[in-house]
Write a protein that binds this ligand. Structure first.
Ligand code: BDR
Ligand code: CA
Length: 321
C-alpha cells in the first residue's frame, strides 16, 4: 500500500527534484502540495511547483499557497543557490494548472482529517506552514503518521556556520514543529550533503534524448556550474529529493534517535542542537525535559543506493549503467 504524503515545498531546484520523484514513485500517494516562501518568493514557489507538476506529467494534485514570510523575520530568498527564479534559470513552460482557492493551512487540514489512514507530512522548506497548521488546528496531530523534514544538522551548517537554511529561515516555526508531539524524522545536512549524481552522469542526462532526463540534468547541472565558472558546493546534489527517497527506502540510511532543540537566540540562531553523547538515558544531564524532543535523525547514507533509486524511479537508471 502506498504512503499518503503531503509535500511542503519552497520550489527550489531540489524541491523540484523531490516533486518529480514523489509523483513518479508508486509507493507514494501525493495528496497535495503546500507552498511557502523560502528559496524564492511565495508567488514564484507556487508558479514553479505548477510547472514542475506539468513536466512530471503528474495527475491533478491540489497545490495551495501558504505563508509569504517566516513567523517573525522577513523572507530571505537564496537566489545565490537557486537563481532569481528558484529553478536556476531552467525554463519550463507555464502551466494551465491553478492554485487552490483555499490557503495551505486549510488544504493540509482538510487532506489530513479526511484521509482514512494517518498521513506523513514531508517538509522540504522552512516550516512556517507546518507551525501555523499545528497551532491553528492541533486536532490534525491525531491523523499524522509522522513529519519527515529536510532541515537541521548534527554537524555543519549552510546558512550560517552552524544553522541549516530551512531551520534558520524560520527557527520559531521549527521549534513549534518539534514541540508538536508528532514523531519526527530529520533528514539534515549530515546526509543531505552526501547524495549527489556523478557529474558525467548529470552532463549526459542534460544532453540526452529523454525530456525528463534533460530536466533533471539541467536542474542538477545548475548546481554544477556557478556564474563565476567555479564548482558549486552542491555539485550534482539531489538535495530535498533524498528526504523523499528515505521514506521509500529507509534501509539506505542509518538513524539514531536523539534529543534535539532549536537554538533561537544569538549567533547560533537556527542551529539544531543535537545531543550525540553516548548515553541517551533519561538521567543524562541537561537534555531531558520539555525543551528537548527525541527525533529520529539520519546520520549515515548509502548515497549510491539513493541516487540509483532516484534515477530508476524517473526511468533514468540507464544513465548509470
Ligand atoms: C535546504 O534549503 C534549500 O536551499 C533547499 O531546497 C533545501 O530544502 C537545504 O539547506
Ligand atoms: Ca527546499
Amino acid at each position: 500500500m502506498s504512503v499518503p504524503v503531503i509535500l511542503d515545498v519552497d520550489t527550489g531546484i531540489d524541491d523540484a527534484l523531490a516533486i518529480l520523484f514523489a509523483v513518479r514513485h508508486p509507493d507514494l500517494d501525493v495528496l497535495g502540495i503546500s507552498c511557502v516562501a523560502g528559496n524564492t518568493s511565495l508567488a514564484q514557489v507556487v508558479d514553479n511547483t505548477l510547472r514542475v507538476l506539468d513536466a512530471a506529467g503528474a495527475p491533478q494534485i491540489p497545490v495551495a499557497a501558504g505563508a509569504p514570510r517566516p513567523l517573525l523575520e522577513p523572507a530571505r530568498a537564496s537566489s545565490h543557490v537557486h537563481g532569481a527564479d528558484g529553478l536556476g534559470g531552467v525554463a519550463l513552460p507555464s502551466s494551465s494548472r491553478s492554485v487552490e482557492s483555499v490557503g495551505a493551512v486549510e488544504l493540509m487540514r482538510r487532506l489530513i482529517l479526511e484521509h482514512e489512514t494517518p498521513v506523513t507530512l514531508v517538509a522540504l522548506a522552512p516550516q512556517t506552514n507546518l507551525a501555523l497548521l499545528l497551532r491553528t488546528y492541533p486536532e490534525v496531530v491525531g491523523n499524522l503518521e509522522r513529519i519527515v523534514f529536510m532541515g537541521g544538522s548534527a554537524s555543519v551548517g549552510n546558512a550560517t556556520a552552524v544553522a541549516e537554511f530551512n531551520v534558520w529561515h524560520d527557527p520559531e516555526a521549527a521549534a513549534i514543529v518539534l514541540d508538536s508531539n508528532v514523531p519526527t524524522y530529520m533528514y539534515g545536512l549530515d546526509v543531505f550533503n552526501r547524495v549527489a549524481i556523478d557529474e558525467p552522469v548529470a552532463r549526459a542526462l542534460e544532453v540526452g534524448d529523454d525530456a525528463l532526463g534533460r530536466l533533471v540534468g539541467g536542474l542538477v547541472g545548475v548546481r554544477i556550474s556557478r556564474p563565476d565558472g567555479g564548482r558549486s558546493e552542491y555539485t550534482g546534489h539531489i538535495g530535498d529529493a533524498g528526504a523523499v527517497c528515505a521514506i521509500v527506502d529507509p534501509d539506505a540510511l542509518s538513524t539514531q534517535t536523539r534529543p534535539v532543540r532549536v537554538e533561537l537566540a544569538g549567533y547560533g540562531r537556527g542551529q539544531t542542537l543535537v545531543d550525540l553523547r553516548r548515553s541517551t538515558d533519561e538521567a543524562m544531564p541537561n537534555t531531558a525535559g520539555d525543551e528537548w524532543t527525541n527525533v529520529e535523525i539520519a546520520l549515515e547514507v548509502d548515497a549510491d543506493r539513493i541516487v540509483r533509486l532516484f534515477l530508476e524511479t524517473l526511468g533514468l537508471g540507464g544513465a548509470i549503467r
